[in-house]
Design a protein around this ligand. Structure first.
Ligand SMILES: Cc1cc2nc3c(=O)[nH]c(=O)nc-3n(C[C@H](O)[C@H](O)[C@H](O)COP(=O)(O)OP(=O)(O)OC[C@H]3O[C@@H](n4cnc5c(N)ncnc54)[C@H](O)[C@@H]3O)c2cc1C
Length: 408
């Protein structure tokens, strides 16, 4: 049960594990790969240890949407974080987008980047009222957007039915995520990082200045600095228990259609699209319609699940019903591919980027709450600066400091 992205993506360039390195990065998703790239650019020796293949977990199993403002509409971001912090957070995501796209272009990374914006659709009139509030805040802060009343939707998304309007954000984009991460991996390797696959870390021992990472094959990698980029998949590697307490897993599920007839595929613009506060999300890839979400529609909401080798048939049924209700022209289309992926949640919905308290030389970049593509590249650049220079300047970073989630 693999994603269409992993089926298509080229392999990443891998190397042989050294005995020692300056920085050991655990995990080869978008976070770890980006950290390895930026550290290597600083001239730091870096070895990335990935339990499977680069991008084989959430980073190769998501919907490939580069979003602004998380899943929440901007009014809710204001409500949660306040009027001072909300634009700082938004700007971080916009800066991430710019930095990432610059890297993809500079490297000639072929990953289906479509910078045509994103369309957030209202599932109810109440949601449209929230989109209106979001639009008013974006207007006041001079952030590009366009409110789309229901009557105008046919012009934006001809096959759509039953939505109550939408909000268009020109700064959003879509990519083929596995191809993107493996392209970044190739850039990291070219900059001098050593990327090792099939290298599961079982334990982190040692002391400040000399950590020992014990591997499943019996080997050991020694490093004075360690970065956890394992999402929610190896919280036990943090002896302080902070990752166990502050990060939790939940599972998302995606269906991809068989290739649509060209005339039908042509009705869907290449936007990042979603409704219901981003709980349902969809996009076109080539001539396939790709849709995810509906985890909220089953008991337990897929919380606490770490298994991405299976899927929930009820979630599939509910996704199909949603697709056929809102896009009647898809009624006879077969959805021939299903997969799941594991995301990492945190209590405040923000990631961890920085030093783990009480563990000199140990850092984390993880916990993206389902929006890692929107954060990870720039956050990794900032983390590399923290490791090399002791600090990084982006004003959003204090919001991501791991120490905020320490028990009192
Ligand atoms: C269905 C779904 C849809 C999504 N849609 C979007 C979207 O449209 N836009 C968006 O921005 N985000 C989306 N996301 C979220 C996004 O995929 C994640 O936030 C992001 O990929 C997390 O990256 P990561 O590097 O932190 O984690 P991962 O990609 O999970 O990488 C962690 C890596 O650590 C490795 N690892 C674990 N344990 C060990 C160990 N002991 N030793 C060595 N290696 C280990 C794993 O093998 C894995 O490769 C979605 C996620 C899912 C599941």
């Amino acid at each position: 049960m693999t994603s269409i992205w992993l089926r298509e993506a080229p392999a990443a360039p891998v190397g042989a594990r050294p005995a020692t390195t300056d920085v050991a990065v655990i995990g080869g998703g978008v976070a770890g790969t980006s950290v390895a790239l930026h550290l290597a650019r600083h001239g730091v020796g870096v070895c990335l240890l990935e339990a499977g293949e680069i991008s084989c977990r959430a980073s190769g199993r998501n919907d490939g949407q580069l979003l602004l403002g998380l899943g929440e509409h901007y009014n809710r971001i204001h409500g949660q974080f306040g009027a001072a912090a909300a634009p700082v957070l938004w700007d971080f995501l916009a800066d991430n987008h710019r930095a990432l796209v610059e890297e993809l272009r500079a490297g000639g990374i072929e990953c289906g980047l479509e910078e045509r914006g994103g369309l957030r659709l209202a599932e109810t009139s109440h949601e449209f009222a929230e989109l209106e509030q979001a639009a008013a805040l974006l207007a006041a802060e001079h952030k590009p957007h366009e409110l789309v009343p229901a009557a105008d939707l046919p012009r934006w998304l001809p096959p759509a039915r039953g939505f109550h309007g939408g909000l268009y954000l020109p700064g959003e984009a879509i990519v083929q995520p596995a191809a993107m991460v493996r392209g970044l991996a190739a850039r990291a390797a070219a900059a001098g990082a050593v990327l090792c696959e099939q290298q599961r870390v079982l334990a982190l021992r040692g002391e400040p200045g000399d950590y020992a990472l014990e591997l499943a094959d019996g080997g050991i990698l020694r490093a004075p600095v360690v970065v956890h980029c394992t999402s929610t998949l190896a919280r036990e590697l943090d002896p302080s228990g902070l990752l166990q307490r502050a990060v939790f897993p939940f599972r998302g599920q995606i269906l991809a259609s068989a290739p649509l007839p060209a005339a039908l595929a042509g009705q869907f613009p290449p936007y990042a699209m979603s409704s219901n506060f981003c709980y349902e999300y969809f996009r076109l890839h080539g001539e396939r319609f790709v849709i995810g979400g509906k985890r909220w529609s089953v008991p337990g909401e897929e919380l606490g699940i770490l298994d991405d080798s299976t899927h929930n048939p009820t979630v599939s049924d509910n996704l199909l019903a949603y697709a056929r209700e809102h896009f009647p022209t898809l009624a006879d289309v077969a959805f021939d591919t299903t997969w799941t992926g594991i995301m990492a949640g945190t209590p405040d919905g923000l990631p961890l980027c920085g030093a783990l308290p009480g563990q000199p030389g140990v850092f984390a970049l993880l916990g993206f709450n389902g929006y890692g593509l929107s954060f990870a590249f720039l956050a990794a650049r900032c983390l590399a600066e923290m490791i090399v220079d002791g600090q990084s300047a982006h004003p959003a970073l204090p919001m991501f400091a791991p120490r905020r989630l320490q028990s009192p």
